[in-house]
Design a protein around this ligand. Sequence first.
Ligand code: S3P
Length: 449
Amino acid sequence: MRYTNGIMEKTAAPPISKVTLARTNRLAGTVVLPGDKSISHRAALFNAIATGSATVSNLSPGADVVSTLRCLQQLGVTIEPGNRQGTYEITGLGTRGLTEPNDVLDAGNSGTTLRLLSGVLAHHPFFSVLTGDASLRSRPVYRVVEPLRLMGASLTARDDDRRPPLAIRGTELYGIEYTLPVASAQVKTAITLAALVADAPTTIHQPALSRDHTELMLRAMGAVVEEDGLSLTIHPSDLKAINVEVPGDISSAAFWLVAAVCHPNAEVRVLNVGVNPTRTGVLEVLKAMGADVQLENPRTSGGEPVADLVARSSQLKATEIAGDLLVNAIDEIPILAVAACFAEGATVVRDAQELRVKESDRIKSIVQELGRLGASVEEREDGLVIHGGQPLHGATVESHGDHRMAMSMAVAGSLAKGETTVLDTTAADISYPTFWETLASLSGKEARA
Ligand code: S3P
């Protein structure tokens, strides 16, 4: 946008990024993944509020984690890039040591940045405002406002406290007992971070087990986090900085696993994949579909289970994704919907209302875009029914500005008959900036821009 005499001028819209792809005879190769996005946010933020310095390596290069790093720098944290790409030295300020930012904190497209930071800012004795891009500003924030207010925090958000921007004036907090209305790791983490400095322990009851990277990492940093079934009790604790080697992102691996199992002539090896059991729903779903995905070299890295995965061409059958499995595979539904198009029978996705408040309304985005490729997909209030076995044909599809939709549609396009153009492909930069190079190298040809 340009300004003349203080008046905003209309300028031509920037050109829309797009990629055109087509099916290749073979899909093969070895993939090195970007660092896990969820673990990267936590490694940066938790070390920033710990005491001491730590090295974080293989940090996600995605724009979401860059948003977290920028916000932390605005809050006074020193973050220095190391010699190797993806390596950063973070000097923590302690659980009470952040300083007032002199501008609004912009979380960009990242719900994790905004919600996790709200838990830390709730008790810092200064004023801060968290905002984000148009997508993030349309996403729910009352889910953190309510529990943090019960802890004594002073927060206000736009649209009757429903959506960002979120304004916070930090204050002393009380320990509470709280039942999460949705199985959200972001909300669980926001409350947990606030609980570290509350006057008494806090207990959180979860409706289902969401990803537990927070619990694992905070314990490794010295916090007392007790677990009793689906309940967590967090005791007021200080944190000690720890080095973290971030494993590869299973949510990014999912694109290659599905591409390989749906392609008639494929073998893809994905190295160093984080296989924390709260994240492996995608592997369980693919197994239930009859996919040939093998787990090799299981090991532990930085307190998280890691393995290599090998996926080969498979005959798929339909399955059902609901309940705890849905929570465990929540970010992989767009790409699993692509797999369902290649399976025999109707795949049903239920209990997935949360998909409506992700980076796009993913239920609507999937129905619309897979429909353009010739798939038969029914929309349900809380999910999808995907009738497999209809051959996909090339078309022009949109990402809805949603990174996981951009990459899922690219995989669908590279399996469809004829040419597919994916519009607004820069969305993939949110979690996987090198996605297009990897797709080209597995396909043995250049993706055309
Ligand atoms: C995330 C938790 C999930 C997930 C998101 C990342 C995290 O969201 O969808 O991509 O890092 O905690 P919810 O906690 O809102 O379910």
